[in-house]
Design a protein around this ligand. Sequence first.
Ligand code: NAD
Length: 264
Amino acid sequence: SNNLMAGKRGLIMGLANDKSIAWGIARACANAGAELAFSYQGDALKKRVDPLAAELGSTIVLPCDVGNMASVDQLFVDLGTHWDSLDFVVHAIGFSDKNELRGRYVDTSRDNFLMTMDISVYSFTAVMQRAEKMMGEGGSALTLTYYGAEQVMPHYNVMGVAKAALEASVKYMAEDLGKDGIRVNAISAGPIKTLAASGIGDFRYILKWNELNSPLRRNVTIDDVGRSALYLLSDLGSGVTGETLHVDAGYHIVGMKAVDAPDI
Ligand code: NAD
Protein backbone atom coordinates (compact mmCIF):
# COMPACT_ATOMS: atom_id res chain seq x y z
CA SER A 1 0.00 0.00 0.00
CA ASN A 2 0.97 3.68 -0.48
CA ASN A 3 -0.39 7.14 0.28
CA LEU A 4 -1.07 8.33 -3.27
CA MET A 5 -4.79 8.82 -2.57
CA ALA A 6 -4.67 9.92 1.07
CA GLY A 7 -7.36 12.54 1.74
CA LYS A 8 -9.14 11.88 -1.58
CA ARG A 9 -12.79 10.88 -1.86
CA GLY A 10 -14.02 8.93 -4.86
CA LEU A 11 -17.25 7.55 -6.29
CA ILE A 12 -16.99 4.13 -7.94
CA MET A 13 -19.80 3.30 -10.39
CA GLY A 14 -20.16 -0.12 -12.04
CA LEU A 15 -19.19 -2.62 -9.34
CA ALA A 16 -21.16 -5.85 -9.91
CA ASN A 17 -18.93 -8.49 -8.29
CA ASP A 18 -15.30 -9.28 -7.45
CA LYS A 19 -14.54 -9.91 -11.16
CA SER A 20 -15.56 -6.34 -12.13
CA ILE A 21 -12.94 -3.93 -13.45
CA ALA A 22 -14.44 -1.46 -10.93
CA TRP A 23 -13.30 -3.83 -8.16
CA GLY A 24 -9.67 -3.81 -9.34
CA ILE A 25 -9.76 0.00 -9.45
CA ALA A 26 -11.53 0.36 -6.09
CA ARG A 27 -9.02 -1.95 -4.43
CA ALA A 28 -6.03 -0.04 -5.82
CA CYS A 29 -7.54 3.28 -4.67
CA ALA A 30 -8.38 2.00 -1.19
CA ASN A 31 -4.87 0.54 -0.78
CA ALA A 32 -3.56 4.01 -1.62
CA GLY A 33 -5.63 5.61 1.15
CA ALA A 34 -8.73 6.81 -0.74
CA GLU A 35 -12.13 7.06 0.91
CA LEU A 36 -14.72 5.42 -1.36
CA ALA A 37 -18.43 5.52 -2.14
CA PHE A 38 -20.12 3.01 -4.46
CA SER A 39 -23.18 3.06 -6.66
CA TYR A 40 -24.95 -0.10 -7.83
CA GLN A 41 -27.63 -0.83 -10.41
CA GLY A 42 -30.78 -2.36 -8.94
CA ASP A 43 -31.59 -4.19 -5.71
CA ALA A 44 -30.22 -7.52 -6.95
CA LEU A 45 -26.67 -6.15 -6.91
CA LYS A 46 -26.87 -4.44 -3.50
CA LYS A 47 -26.22 -7.68 -1.62
CA ARG A 48 -23.06 -8.22 -3.68
CA VAL A 49 -21.76 -4.65 -3.45
CA ASP A 50 -22.40 -4.13 0.30
CA PRO A 51 -19.82 -6.70 1.50
CA LEU A 52 -17.24 -5.65 -1.11
CA ALA A 53 -17.58 -2.00 -0.05
CA ALA A 54 -17.27 -3.04 3.59
CA GLU A 55 -14.08 -4.95 2.77
CA LEU A 56 -12.56 -1.61 1.66
CA GLY A 57 -13.88 0.25 4.71
CA SER A 58 -16.72 1.99 2.87
CA THR A 59 -20.28 2.26 4.18
CA ILE A 60 -21.55 4.57 1.42
CA VAL A 61 -23.40 2.29 -1.04
CA LEU A 62 -26.06 4.03 -3.12
CA PRO A 63 -28.47 2.92 -5.87
CA CYS A 64 -28.21 4.44 -9.35
CA ASP A 65 -29.61 3.34 -12.70
CA VAL A 66 -27.84 5.57 -15.21
CA GLY A 67 -30.66 5.04 -17.74
CA ASN A 68 -32.85 7.22 -15.52
CA MET A 69 -31.83 10.86 -14.98
CA ALA A 70 -33.95 11.14 -11.80
CA SER A 71 -31.87 8.27 -10.40
CA VAL A 72 -28.60 10.01 -11.36
CA ASP A 73 -29.86 13.22 -9.71
CA GLN A 74 -30.80 11.26 -6.59
CA LEU A 75 -27.34 9.63 -6.45
CA PHE A 76 -25.69 13.04 -6.13
CA VAL A 77 -28.29 14.24 -3.60
CA ASP A 78 -27.56 11.11 -1.53
CA LEU A 79 -23.80 11.48 -1.94
CA GLY A 80 -24.08 15.12 -0.82
CA THR A 81 -25.54 14.00 2.52
CA HIS A 82 -22.28 12.11 3.20
CA TRP A 83 -19.65 14.30 1.54
CA ASP A 84 -19.41 18.01 0.73
CA SER A 85 -16.75 17.47 -1.95
CA LEU A 86 -15.58 14.84 -4.40
CA ASP A 87 -12.07 14.27 -5.82
CA PHE A 88 -12.58 11.48 -8.32
CA VAL A 89 -15.18 9.43 -10.21
CA VAL A 90 -14.81 6.02 -11.85
CA HIS A 91 -17.39 5.19 -14.54
CA ALA A 92 -17.13 1.45 -15.26
CA ILE A 93 -20.53 1.01 -16.91
CA GLY A 94 -21.56 -0.32 -20.28
CA PHE A 95 -24.52 -2.24 -21.66
CA SER A 96 -25.98 -3.56 -24.91
CA ASP A 97 -28.47 -6.29 -25.82
CA LYS A 98 -26.31 -9.42 -26.04
CA ASN A 99 -28.36 -10.64 -29.00
CA GLU A 100 -26.67 -7.85 -30.96
CA LEU A 101 -23.15 -8.70 -29.71
CA ARG A 102 -23.05 -11.51 -32.26
CA GLY A 103 -23.74 -11.58 -35.95
CA ARG A 104 -23.32 -8.41 -37.99
CA TYR A 105 -23.08 -4.78 -36.82
CA VAL A 106 -25.13 -3.69 -39.81
CA ASP A 107 -28.16 -5.54 -38.41
CA THR A 108 -28.26 -3.44 -35.20
CA SER A 109 -31.74 -2.24 -34.28
CA ARG A 110 -32.46 1.43 -33.66
CA ASP A 111 -33.79 0.70 -30.17
CA ASN A 112 -30.64 -1.13 -29.09
CA PHE A 113 -28.40 1.43 -30.78
CA LEU A 114 -30.01 4.23 -28.77
CA MET A 115 -30.06 2.23 -25.52
CA THR A 116 -26.38 1.23 -25.90
CA MET A 117 -25.36 4.86 -26.54
CA ASP A 118 -27.48 6.06 -23.62
CA ILE A 119 -26.14 3.61 -21.00
CA SER A 120 -22.57 3.35 -22.27
CA VAL A 121 -21.85 6.91 -23.47
CA TYR A 122 -24.33 9.55 -22.32
CA SER A 123 -24.28 8.26 -18.73
CA PHE A 124 -20.65 9.38 -18.27
CA THR A 125 -21.55 12.89 -19.46
CA ALA A 126 -24.65 12.95 -17.21
CA VAL A 127 -22.53 11.90 -14.23
CA MET A 128 -19.90 14.56 -14.93
CA GLN A 129 -22.55 17.32 -15.17
CA ARG A 130 -23.38 16.54 -11.55
CA ALA A 131 -19.93 15.52 -10.25
CA GLU A 132 -18.45 18.80 -11.51
CA LYS A 133 -20.45 20.72 -8.91
CA MET A 134 -18.80 18.75 -6.08
CA MET A 135 -15.27 19.08 -7.52
CA GLY A 136 -14.50 22.61 -6.37
CA GLU A 137 -10.85 21.75 -5.73
CA GLY A 138 -10.45 20.08 -9.13
CA GLY A 139 -10.73 16.38 -9.72
CA SER A 140 -10.14 13.37 -11.91
CA ALA A 141 -12.66 11.24 -13.80
CA LEU A 142 -12.06 7.92 -15.48
CA THR A 143 -14.10 5.72 -17.82
CA LEU A 144 -13.42 2.31 -19.40
CA THR A 145 -13.20 1.69 -23.10
CA TYR A 146 -12.00 -1.03 -25.49
CA TYR A 147 -9.90 -1.30 -28.64
CA GLY A 148 -13.08 -2.20 -30.55
CA ALA A 149 -13.62 1.60 -30.69
CA GLU A 150 -10.57 1.94 -32.96
CA GLN A 151 -10.44 -1.30 -34.93
CA VAL A 152 -13.10 -3.81 -35.87
CA MET A 153 -13.24 -6.69 -33.39
CA PRO A 154 -15.42 -9.77 -33.87
CA HIS A 155 -18.95 -9.36 -32.43
CA TYR A 156 -18.17 -6.10 -30.59
CA ASN A 157 -20.53 -4.42 -33.07
CA VAL A 158 -22.64 -1.56 -31.67
CA MET A 159 -20.50 -1.51 -28.51
CA GLY A 160 -17.50 -0.54 -30.66
CA VAL A 161 -19.46 2.35 -32.11
CA ALA A 162 -20.50 3.38 -28.58
CA LYS A 163 -16.91 3.19 -27.28
CA ALA A 164 -15.74 5.42 -30.16
CA ALA A 165 -18.33 7.99 -29.05
CA LEU A 166 -17.30 7.54 -25.41
CA GLU A 167 -13.64 8.24 -26.28
CA ALA A 168 -14.69 11.39 -28.18
CA SER A 169 -16.79 12.49 -25.19
CA VAL A 170 -13.71 12.11 -22.96
CA LYS A 171 -11.90 14.67 -25.15
CA TYR A 172 -14.80 17.14 -25.21
CA MET A 173 -15.27 16.92 -21.44
CA ALA A 174 -11.51 17.24 -20.84
CA GLU A 175 -11.65 20.59 -22.65
CA ASP A 176 -14.86 21.81 -20.95
CA LEU A 177 -13.79 20.86 -17.43
CA GLY A 178 -10.05 21.49 -17.72
CA LYS A 179 -10.37 25.16 -16.76
CA ASP A 180 -11.74 24.01 -13.39
CA GLY A 181 -8.85 21.63 -12.84
CA ILE A 182 -10.94 18.55 -13.60
CA ARG A 183 -9.15 15.90 -15.68
CA VAL A 184 -11.09 13.37 -17.77
CA ASN A 185 -9.43 10.21 -19.10
CA ALA A 186 -10.18 6.68 -20.28
CA ILE A 187 -8.44 3.36 -19.90
CA SER A 188 -8.70 1.07 -22.91
CA ALA A 189 -8.50 -2.29 -21.17
CA GLY A 190 -7.58 -5.55 -22.85
CA PRO A 191 -10.19 -8.32 -22.67
CA ILE A 192 -10.97 -9.55 -19.14
CA LYS A 193 -13.50 -12.23 -18.21
CA THR A 194 -16.26 -10.29 -16.43
CA LEU A 195 -20.07 -10.46 -16.36
CA ALA A 196 -20.36 -7.81 -19.11
CA ALA A 197 -17.74 -9.53 -21.30
CA SER A 198 -19.54 -12.88 -21.12
CA GLY A 199 -22.30 -11.32 -23.25
CA ILE A 200 -19.92 -10.93 -26.21
CA GLY A 201 -20.03 -13.79 -28.74
CA ASP A 202 -16.78 -15.85 -28.90
CA PHE A 203 -15.24 -13.94 -26.01
CA ARG A 204 -13.01 -16.91 -25.10
CA TYR A 205 -11.48 -16.80 -28.57
CA ILE A 206 -10.77 -13.06 -28.19
CA LEU A 207 -9.06 -13.74 -24.84
CA LYS A 208 -6.88 -16.48 -26.35
CA TRP A 209 -5.99 -14.36 -29.38
CA ASN A 210 -4.89 -11.45 -27.18
CA GLU A 211 -2.89 -13.72 -24.90
CA LEU A 212 -0.96 -15.19 -27.84
CA ASN A 213 -0.49 -11.98 -29.83
CA SER A 214 0.16 -9.20 -27.30
CA PRO A 215 3.77 -8.11 -26.68
CA LEU A 216 3.58 -9.26 -23.06
CA ARG A 217 2.12 -12.66 -24.18
CA ARG A 218 -0.59 -12.56 -21.54
CA ASN A 219 -3.95 -11.01 -20.77
CA VAL A 220 -4.32 -8.14 -18.33
CA THR A 221 -5.99 -8.47 -14.92
CA ILE A 222 -8.27 -6.13 -13.02
CA ASP A 223 -5.24 -5.36 -10.84
CA ASP A 224 -3.24 -4.24 -13.90
CA VAL A 225 -6.12 -1.88 -14.73
CA GLY A 226 -6.33 -0.80 -11.07
CA ARG A 227 -2.68 0.23 -10.95
CA SER A 228 -2.96 2.30 -14.14
CA ALA A 229 -6.19 3.84 -12.87
CA LEU A 230 -4.30 4.90 -9.75
CA TYR A 231 -1.87 6.81 -11.95
CA LEU A 232 -4.67 8.67 -13.77
CA LEU A 233 -6.79 9.29 -10.66
CA SER A 234 -3.96 10.40 -8.36
CA ASP A 235 -1.63 13.38 -8.64
CA LEU A 236 0.81 11.16 -10.57
CA GLY A 237 -1.40 11.93 -13.56
CA SER A 238 -1.70 15.66 -12.80
CA GLY A 239 -0.61 16.69 -16.31
CA VAL A 240 -2.74 14.17 -18.18
CA THR A 241 -6.25 14.80 -19.53
CA GLY A 242 -8.33 13.81 -22.56
CA GLU A 243 -6.19 10.67 -22.86
CA THR A 244 -7.10 7.08 -23.66
CA LEU A 245 -4.45 4.92 -22.00
CA HIS A 246 -4.15 1.38 -23.35
CA VAL A 247 -3.79 -1.18 -20.57
CA ASP A 248 -3.81 -4.20 -22.86
CA ALA A 249 -0.40 -5.91 -22.56
CA GLY A 250 0.55 -3.85 -25.63
CA TYR A 251 -1.89 -5.55 -27.99
CA HIS A 252 -2.86 -2.29 -29.76
CA ILE A 253 0.64 -1.71 -31.20
CA VAL A 254 0.90 -5.04 -32.99
CA GLY A 255 0.34 -4.99 -36.75
CA MET A 256 1.35 -8.56 -37.50
CA LYS A 257 3.22 -11.26 -35.60
CA ALA A 258 6.50 -12.73 -36.86
CA VAL A 259 6.36 -16.20 -38.43
CA ASP A 260 7.73 -17.78 -35.25
CA ALA A 261 4.60 -16.69 -33.37
CA PRO A 262 2.73 -19.60 -31.79
CA ASP A 263 -0.06 -21.07 -33.87
CA ILE A 264 -3.56 -20.02 -32.91
P1 NAD B 1 -19.14 -5.79 -15.16
O1 NAD B 1 -20.30 -6.58 -15.65
O2 NAD B 1 -18.47 -6.25 -13.93
O3 NAD B 1 -19.52 -4.26 -14.98
C1 NAD B 1 -20.46 -3.60 -15.80
C2 NAD B 1 -21.28 -2.73 -14.86
O4 NAD B 1 -22.18 -1.89 -15.59
C3 NAD B 1 -22.12 -3.56 -13.89
O5 NAD B 1 -21.79 -3.20 -12.56
C4 NAD B 1 -23.54 -3.12 -14.22
O6 NAD B 1 -24.38 -3.10 -13.07
C5 NAD B 1 -23.30 -1.73 -14.76
N1 NAD B 1 -24.46 -1.21 -15.49
C6 NAD B 1 -25.00 -1.67 -16.65
N2 NAD B 1 -26.12 -0.97 -16.95
C7 NAD B 1 -26.28 -0.04 -15.96
C8 NAD B 1 -27.24 0.96 -15.67
N3 NAD B 1 -28.30 1.17 -16.47
N4 NAD B 1 -27.08 1.72 -14.55
C9 NAD B 1 -26.02 1.53 -13.72
N5 NAD B 1 -25.09 0.59 -13.93
C10 NAD B 1 -25.21 -0.19 -15.02
O7 NAD B 1 -18.10 -5.79 -16.39
P2 NAD B 1 -16.74 -4.97 -16.64
O8 NAD B 1 -16.07 -5.72 -17.76
O9 NAD B 1 -16.02 -4.74 -15.39
O10 NAD B 1 -17.27 -3.60 -17.27
C11 NAD B 1 -16.86 -2.31 -16.81
C12 NAD B 1 -16.52 -1.41 -17.99
O11 NAD B 1 -15.32 -1.87 -18.57
C13 NAD B 1 -17.56 -1.39 -19.12
O12 NAD B 1 -17.68 -0.07 -19.62
C14 NAD B 1 -16.91 -2.27 -20.16
O13 NAD B 1 -17.38 -1.99 -21.47
C15 NAD B 1 -15.47 -1.89 -19.98
N6 NAD B 1 -14.48 -2.79 -20.57
C16 NAD B 1 -14.50 -4.12 -20.30
C17 NAD B 1 -13.54 -4.96 -20.87
C18 NAD B 1 -13.57 -6.44 -20.60
O14 NAD B 1 -12.99 -7.21 -21.38
N7 NAD B 1 -14.18 -6.91 -19.53
C19 NAD B 1 -12.54 -4.44 -21.71
C20 NAD B 1 -12.53 -3.07 -21.97
C21 NAD B 1 -13.51 -2.26 -21.39
